[in-house]
Design a binder for this molecule. Structure first.
Ligand code: SAH
Length: 374
């Protein structure tokens, strides 16, 4: 029994299994869950009244106890290169205005949606603007899948038409594997054939290297993995990506090779931000090649995106090319990421949303603001 006045259940973010349990609790047959998923995800419908193949009584019951409630859009920006960015409300613990960002990047033949998993981030990577914002809280599963739901609606995607969003990457604000509990159901909806029906190779979780969660993910969900490596040795990585002090490179790589083996994955992408004079020498390219040679690995070089207050500079184009060429000569697959949407601060590492209630970072030390506990 659901008592009157009880908060409604947000159906966004329920796994297919949870949705079946939910409809069973309302006395409906399990296949109703499948019908509901089709309406919600395929057709982008939030209004139960409009779900015409459900019985009148069931619709009325749903209106009483459930909702399809995505985050609210606070602002929208469109870049000259077609990239779009939405700022979404993510209320803080005291109801304060906070926001996260979602970015859509259109390219010929594909459309990539970059979504956030946390309000801020606690991992404190030295070159990332989200890190400067501190950490407030995890996004709920509804807020995570809700970003895909909203982008579909805003981009005018139709279930009959061609796919608009072909790829989803968890490369927005936050560390997805630090919010495992809510990221997992959202991934399941992305992959489910009645959800977004995305291929496993087109959903990418990017992590700074939370080793225990990489092992968990290997058991729970088959998606593509990207790892933010950024340095070929522990001394440098300790400085750039502080989680390395807890899980150093050797441990991280072991988890990666385990992931590939467990999942029959094709390869792992290693992200490597190109920082002028810091990690971009040919000697460092050699060391990186030694770590990855002979493995199912691909390096993605990301030209550093500058933001106010950072001490880092982007490596010059010639150095990025020389670094790339050296990796190729050593037999390592490598691509250079094209910068998109930087005129609207939508490029990698430029997303900052709005984090107000900062809580202490477990790793940072730099930030000690203790205005609220999430
Ligand atoms: N927390 C996750 C996902 C978020 S960031 C992770 O660390 O993987 C997505 C990618 O952008 C990461 O590889 C991140 O290191 C990189 N990045 C962060 N700041 C950047 C910047 N200023 N310029 C370029 N890439 C950046």
């Amino acid at each position: 029994m659901i008592s009157p006045g009880a908060p409604k259940t947000n159906l966004l973010g329920l796994t297919p299994g949870d949705l079946e349990t939910f409809v069973a609790g309302l006395g409906a047959k399990p296949f109703r869950a499948r019908q509901l998923m089709k309406w919600i995800y395929r057709r982008g419908v939030a209004d139960f009244g409009a779900m015409t193949d459900l019985s009148r009584d069931f619709r009325a019951r749903l209106i009483e106890v459930a909702e399809v409630s995505p985050p609210e859009i606070v602002a929208h920006h469109a870049s000259a290169d077609g990239t779009r960015k939405w700022l979404l409300r993510a209320a803080g613990s005291s109801g304060v205005e906070q926001a996260v960002e979602t970015v859509f990047i259109p390219e010929p033949g594909r459309g990539t949606l970059c979504i956030s998993s946390q309000v801020g981030c606690a991992l404190d990577c030295a070159f990332c603007s989200t890190a400067r914002q501190g950490f407030n809280r995890n996004l709920s599963a509804a807020e995570i899948i809700g970003q895909v739901w909203l982008a579909h609606r805003e981009l005018g995607a139709r279930s009959e038409g061609p796919r608009v969003i072909t790829n989803v990457v968890l490369m927005g604000m936050g560390e997805p594997l630090a919010n495992y509990r809510n990221v997992l159901p959202a991934l399941q909806v992305m992959l489910d054939d009645l959800g977004y029906d995305l291929s496993r190779r087109r959903v990418t979780v990017s992590t700074s290297g939370l080793v225990p969660q990489i092992y968990r993910l290997a058991e729970d969900c088959n998606v593509a993995l990207a790892v933010s490596l950024h340095a070929p040795d522990d001394a440098l990585r300790d400085r750039l990506v502080p989680i390395n002090r807890v899980h150093p490179i050797a441990e991280l790589l072991e988890a990666c090779w385990h992931y590939l083996e467990r999942q029959n994955g094709r390869n792992i992408t290693f992200e490597y931000v190109m920082l002028d004079g810091v990690n971009d020498s040919l000697e460092q390219a050699e060391r990186l090649a030694r770590l990855l040679r002979g493995r199912e690995a691909k390096v993605n070089l990301i030209p550093f995106n500058i933001f106010p207050g950072t001490e880092f500079r982007r490596s010059p184009r010639e150095r990025i090319d020389a670094f790339r060429d050296r990796l190729m000569q050593r037999g390592v697959m490598v691509t250079v990421r094209r910068t998109r949407g930087d005129d609207i601060d939508a490029a990698c590492g430029q997303l900052k949303g709005r984090v107000i209630d900062r809580v202490t970072s477990p790793l940072g030390g730099r930030r000690t603001t203790m205005e609220a506990t999430a």
